[in-house]
Each structure stands twice: as structure tokens, then as C-alpha cells.
Design a protein around this ligand. Structure first.
Ligand code: CO
Ligand code: CO
Length: 307
């Protein structure tokens, strides 16, 4: 399985019972604290493995670091965060590669294992499926506010905890109940990733703004005009693909397109399994377990956003 439906990771079948799942992801720092940067980058890299319903086996570090201008102790903290997070996922880091780079970058190649009969693609949602989201939106707006010094420490700490949270529990819950499709919400925002799901599944979707969890600070910040460039690009690139209820303000439209770092899973689950999935997500204390909408018939893959 390759890039044809923009799925989260590559899958290479080994034999009838086993396939390798592999992904690579690295990011520039989203917060100031280097240890937290390591935690977030690793959770972000592991997320594509979890979105496929796979189990991580091992990881390799990818590092860019300005050796001449920043203390190596900072790099040590980044790598300590990464190692702690990968250990939490139950996998070791067993190698890597680093280069001298004016702007720090960190991430991982992660290799996982999956039963080829139980791969969770983003393109296999069925009409009538419910859509479940496992982390709130607004992380892109908040990390932009952090870079501009426009946000208080408690809100920063809450955003770090969310971005550093593994999607492991959410993944195990969807595997246990038998969902139909999944993707993680990252750079293309909720609606960008949902659009990949609808186009791949040859269906549409209907979501309700009032049901979609959003970090309260993100509303304040977008009201002050703080919005990442990637979020605006997501909004523009989805022009024509989204049917907005006329009552939905532009600020809300941008939040639904907000580019997330290490966002949650977006899961399409058959309606008769929705209650069981939400119960499992709550038992595992995923950040949220929100029923935000459903897959509907629409061969053009459009997304209808209600109030
Ligand atoms: Co992904
Ligand atoms: Co990715």
C-alpha cells in the first residue's frame, strides 16, 4: 500500500499473516522547552502507525541541529523526550542520523507490525458511519500564539500535554470494536484529513460545529487574528469541497481547517459500534471522545458543515 489515497503510512506485506507498516515524520520545534519538543515530535511520528491500527516495533531518530550555535545539552533534552515517549509506546529507538542544520528539526522513522487483514485505511469509510474525534482542535493556532508570545503558561502546558499524548489508546479502542476507517488529524486540519477520507471512500460527510471539541483559547486567539499560514492554506485549498452553513463565521471555518501538530484520530465507525467505541475511549481517558458527524452519500466527497 503506497501513496495513492494519501494514507498515513506505507504497508509492505511479508506473508499471509504479517505486514510491515512504516512512516517518517519530523518537525521544527513547536514549543520552547526542548524535552517537551522531544515528547511531541515522537508522539507525532508514532501517530501514523496508530492511525493504521498497527503496533510500533522500533524507531530511528532523525535530527537536524545547529551544532555551533546551540548547546548540545538542548539536543540531549530533545532526544531524552523522544526516547521517553517511544518507550511509553512500548518500542525502542535503535538508531538514527543527525546533520548540522541552522534550524533544529526532530522526528522519527517508525516501523510497526500489522495483520494485513486488519489494516485501517483512510479510504474505507462507509455511508452511515459515525465520525469520532479523539483530541480537540486549535493546536496550530495555539503553537503560533506561543511563537508570538501571546499566550499564558497554563494554556501552553495544556497544549503540550495534548500534543504529547499518544494516540495508542484511541487506536487500540478502534481495533477492539472494529471501526471501518481512520486517519490522524495533522497538517491538513480536521476538514483536510476528513476530505481525504471522503474522496478516498467515494462518499461525503456531514459534521456539526457545535459537536466538534475546540480548545477555548483557540477561539480567543483566532478572534485576535492569530492564525498559522498552513491553516489559511488548508482553508483555501478546500474551497469548493466544503458546503458551509451560512451561519458559520470565518473564524470557525479557520478553526475546522487548523493545521494540527500531533492531533487526534478521526475514526469512521459503523453506527451499531459507536457507543462501544465511545465507552472504550472514555475508559482509556483519551483527551476527548466526540461524535462529530457522519459519512453520507455524496460521490463528490463534499463535506457539509452544520451549525
Ligand atoms: Co497521518
Ligand atoms: Co505523517
Amino acid at each position: 500500500m503506497g501513496a495513492e489515497t494519501s494514507d498515513d503510512a506505507a504497508v509492505y506485506q511479508l506473508d499471509s499473516g504479517q505486514a510491515i507498516v512504516q512512516t517518517v515524520d519530523y518537525i521544527t520545534p513547536v514549543v520552547d522547552d526542548p524535552y517537551s519538543c522531544g515528547l511531541i515530535a515522537a508522539a507525532n511520528s508514532l501517530s501514523d502507525i496508530y492511525a493504521m491500527g498497527a503496533t510500533p516495533l522500533f524507531a530511528l531518530n532523525i535530527v537536524g541541529f545547529p551544532v555551533g550555535s546551540l548547546s548540545l545539552s538542548i539536543l540531549g533534552e530533545i532526544l531524552r523526550g523522544g526516547a521517553d515517549k517511544v518507550r511509553e509506546a512500548g518500542a525502542p529507538i535503535i538508531g538514527g542520523h543527525s546533520i548540522d542544520d541552522p534550524e533544529p528539526k526532530y522526528g522519527l522513522v517508525v516501523t510497526g507490525l500489522i495483520d494485513p487483514a486488519k489494516i485501517f485505511k483512510n479510504s474505507t469509510a462507509l455511508i452511515g458511519d459515525d465520525l469520532i474525534l479523539t483530541k480537540p482542535l486549535g493546536l496550530g493556532i495555539i503553537t503560533t500564539a506561543i511563537k508570538r508570545g501571546k499566550i499564558a503558561q497554563p494554556a501552553i502546558d495544556a497544549a503540550i500535554a495534548l500534543m504529547a499524548a499518544l494516540n495508542k489508546d484511541a487506536s487500540e479502542a478502534m481495533v477492539a470494536v472494529g471501526a471501518h476507517a481512520c486517519t490522524d488529524v495533522t497538517g491538513f486540519g480536521l476538514l483536510g484529513h476528513l476530505h481525504e477520507m471522503t474522496v478516498g471512500s467515494k462518499a461525503g460527510a456531514r459534521v456539526s460545529l457545535s459537536k466538534i471539541p475546540v480548545l477555548p483559547e483557540a477561539w480567543n486567539l483566532i478572534h485576535e487574528g492569530i492564525c498559522p499560514g498552513g491553516t489559511k492554506r488548508n482553508y483555501e485549498s478546500l474551497d469548493g469541497a466544503i458546503v458551509w452553513n451560512p451561519g458559520i463565521r470565518n473564524e470557525a471555518q479557520l478553526i475546522l481547517c487548523d493545521a494540527q501538530t500531533s492531533g487526534g484520530l478521526l475514526i469512521a465507525v459503523p453506527k451499531d459500534k459507536t457507543a462501544a467505541l465511545i465507552q472504550r475511549l472514555r475508559e482509556r481517558e483519551t483527551p476527548v471522545a466526540a461524535l462529530i458527524g457522519e459519512i453520507i452519500e455524496d460521490p463528490d466527497g463534499r463535506i457539509w458543515v452544520e451549525q
